[in-house]
Every structure is written in structure tokens, then in C-alpha cells.
Design a protein around this ligand. Structure first.
Ligand code: PLP
Length: 358
């Protein structure tokens, strides 16, 4: 699995997923929930009390953040340089927000000065950005944008679906108020859960809503009562086995150590890029802004983009991703996410590409 996710899943996580199901209100299960929350706080680097895995994939995480924070007529700024920024715009617009956007060329990062100008001209309730744009392989300057918002009332909302577990994510240090992720990228768990965290500022905005959260399933004012406190109230049946899987996956990452996991991603990314360049291939993104876990490679002129992916899948049992939107047909996306980021996988994909492109 060397595409944009899902990534390879370690055997320990498969074993955890297959453990016997117990009741989602069983006191033993509640101790596991508390431990998952503590693991996520370590991973995200936050003391935010409202930290939990929402039921659903990364998009459910996105939706959880937006439906709980947006009320009709709110002024929202979305920074867009790929598919997932566009998805944020779609979601916020559906919720009746007044959405302003700043768009940047796909394959390049958000320009902080442009954001500053926009913020000098207008005050927003929420500013939202994707940390790791999976559609292009660009790392956005999340810390720098957070610095612009420090000491303002604006809520800073960040997508960490692809970044979490592969590069540093520092919710409290970067002033992030609302963050979501997904399990199937650098956490190396199958798709199905979306870690979400809300700072005190975001919780205050949630509690101060004039209107009900317009989505019952993702309403944190109700879900909180299942994840916090002495009397755990049923909201929806928790996906018990998925939570076992996440518990195990987070345990593996924390046992390795966050810095070691980030270094492993970086080293394998560097080896992959060097090998790709030896094959005469070029990267889409300038070195400074590249993500280690998502490598966007330009398809050389005259090469059958889809044909290469099919050959890798059929002849070498390797999945890589295609380009999306304006980059469709122009790039391949090679993932080195979580458990996949290992030297043997780098060697395998390089050898397979060499044979296929020969
Ligand atoms: N945000 C980013 C940056 C993503 O890469 C993805 C999925 O690839 C999503 C959001 C949506 O997640 P999902 O497909 O798990 O719903």
C-alpha cells in the first residue's frame, strides 16, 4: 500500500481488531477509551480535554469540526491549495457560512503574507487550512499561520489527516483550536475513525452556539457525555473493534517515540527521492515544502500514467496513487505513510518503477 492511504497495517493492529467485542458501556472498555484519549493528547501535543476519536473516516473528522463550530452567517476563511481545502469550502458553504477563500497554486504552499493581508482587512470567526495536502504533497506553514492568529478570537481549524504520526503536529504550541485526523494514513490503522480535538476556545464557541448543531450523529455536545465524566451516556454504539485497533496503533507509535517515527519518515522519503531522481524522475513540490509521507512525482512526457500504476499493481503488487483535479494524469502519488515508511518498501517501489519504465 504505497498510495495516498490507506497504508500498510501492522500485524499487531490486525490482531487487536480481531479481539472479542465487548459492550461499549462496559467499565473495562471505558478504561480503554480513557487511555486512547491520553494517547491522542500525547500524539497531538495538547492538553485539550475534548479529544476523542469520532466515528467515521477523516471526512467525518472534518465534518465534526465544521458542524460543531459553524453557524449560518459566520465569516470563515479557507486557505486552499488542493482537493481537501476545496472539500472544506464545500462543507462550510453547505452550513450557510460566509466563506472567503485564498487560493494558491496546487503544488505550492499557502503564502503566509497573503494570509496576513487578508486578516488585516477582515476579522474571521474561523480560519481553516490543511496541514499536509495529500492531493499535492505540500506541507503548509501551519505554525506560522497560527502565530498570525495568536491573541485573536479567531478559531484556528487544521486538517492533520495525512500529517499526524508522520511529521510534527503541535496543537497547543501552534495555537490550533480545532483539529481532526484519520486513522488510515500515518497511524497505520484501517480507515474508520477520525481523531478530533477542540481547545477551550473552540469548546466555548460550541457552548455559546445560538443554534443547535445541525448534525445529530456528530454533535459533540452529546458525544462528550459518552467520552467524559462519571456517568457515560449512550449516544451511538461505539465502533468497539476499531477502537481496539486504534489503541494498539497508537501504542506502537508512542513506543517507537514520536521523534523516531518522524525521522523514519524523513529518511525513507530522502532515499525514495534520491532513487526517483536516479531514474530521471522529478518531484512536483520544491524540496522545502515536500511532505515525507506523500511524494508527488511528475509523469514524464509520453509515459502512460495509468498504465504504469496498473503494471505496478498487477506485476509487483504495489499500489501507488494517481493525481487528482488539475494534476490528474500529470503526477503519481507515492505514499510512505506510517508502517509503510520502511527501506524495503522504498527499494521495492524503486525497482518496480525501474522495470516498468524501462
Ligand atoms: N483530509 C485530507 C488531507 C485527506 O488526505 C483525506 C483523505 O485522503 C481527507 C481529509 C478525507 O479523509 P477520508 O477519505 O478518510 O474521509
Amino acid at each position: 500500500m504505497m498510495g495516498p492511504g490507506p497504508s500498510n497495517v501492522p500485524d499487531e493492529v490486525y490482531a487487536a481488531l480481531g479481539t472479542k467485542t465487548i459492550g461499549h458501556l462496559d467499565p473495562y472498555f471505558i478504561t480503554i477509551m480513557d487511555e486512547i484519549k491520553a494517547q491522542l493528547q500525547k500524539l497531538i501535543k495538547t492538553s485539550a480535554k475534548l479529544t476523542l476519536p469520532a466515528s467515521g473516516t477523516g471526512s467525518a473528522g472534518m465534518e465534526t469540526c465544521f458542524v460543531n463550530l459553524i453557524e449560518p452567517g459566520d465569516d470563515i476563511l479557507i486557505l486552499i491549495n488542493g482537493v481537501f481545502g476545496m472539500r472544506m469550502q464545500d462543507l462550510a458553504t453547505r452550513l450557510g457560512a460566509n466563506v472567503d477563500t485564498l487560493e494558491f497554486e496546487w503544488g505550492t504552499p499557502v503564502i503566509v503574507d497573503a494570509v496576513k493581508k487578508k486578516l488585516d482587512a477582515k476579522t474571521y470567526k474561523i480560519v481553516a487550512v490543511v496541514h499536509a495536502e495529500t492531493s499535492t504533497g505540500v506541507r503548509n506553514p501551519v505554525a506560522e499561520i497560527g502565530a498570525l492568529l495568536a491573541a485573536t478570537d479567531t478559531i484556528y481549524l487544521v486538517d492533520t489527516v495525512t500529517s499526524l504520526g508522520g511529521i510534527d503536529v503541535n496543537m497547543d504550541g501552534w495555537g490550533i483550536d480545532s483539529l481532526y485526523s484519520g486513522t488510515q494514513k500515518c497511524l497505520s490503522c484501517p480507515p474508520g475513525l477520525a481523531p478530533v480535538a477542540f481547545s477551550e476556545k473552540a469548546v466555548a464557541a460550541l457552548k455559546g452556539r445560538k443554534t443547535k448543531v445541525p448534525n445529530w450523529y456528530l454533535d459533540l455536545t452529546m458525544i462528550i457525555k459518552y467520552w467524559e465524566g462519571h456517568t457515560r451516556a449512550y449516544h451511538h454504539t461505539a465502533p468497539v473493534n476499531m477502537l481496539y485497533g486504534l489503541y494498539q496503533a497508537l501504542d506502537l507509535i508512542l513506543a517507537e517515540g514520536l521523534d523516531n517515527a518522524f525521522e523514519r519518515h524523513l529518511e525513507n522519503h530522502r532515499a525514495l527521492v534520491a532513487g526517483l531522481e536516479d531514474l530521471g524522475l522529478q518531484m512536483l513540490v520544491a524540496e522545502k515544502y515536500r511532505l515525507p509521507m506523500l511524494n508527488a512525482v511528475k509523469v514524464p512526457d509520453g509515459v502512460d500514467e495509468a498504465g504504469v500504476r496498473t503494471a505496478l499493481r498487477m506485476e509487483h503488487k504495489i499500489e501507488i496513487g494517481a493525481g487528482l483535479g488539475p494534476l490528474a494524469g500529470k503526477i503519481w502519488r507515492i505514499g510512505l505513510m506510517g508502517h509503510t515508511a520502511r527501506p524495503e518498501n522504498v527499494r521495492r517501489v524503486l525497482a518496480a518503477l525501474k522495470t516498468t519504465l524501462a
